[in-house]
Design a protein. Sequence first.
Length: 58
Amino acid sequence: MSRFSELKDLVLGLEGDFEKFYDKGNQAAGTRVRKGMQDLKNLAQEIRTEVQEKKNAG
């Protein structure tokens, strides 16, 4: 479950930057959102791989 916590923390950590970008038009926050989303994508892929390996192991 620690992976789920990592995922949740990453999403919650982006909340402020989402607000700054969408509500206030802060371009730097948009850059941070894009980086965070890339990190989220990479973490999701790692989790998918772990789940598949565990599933195949039996």
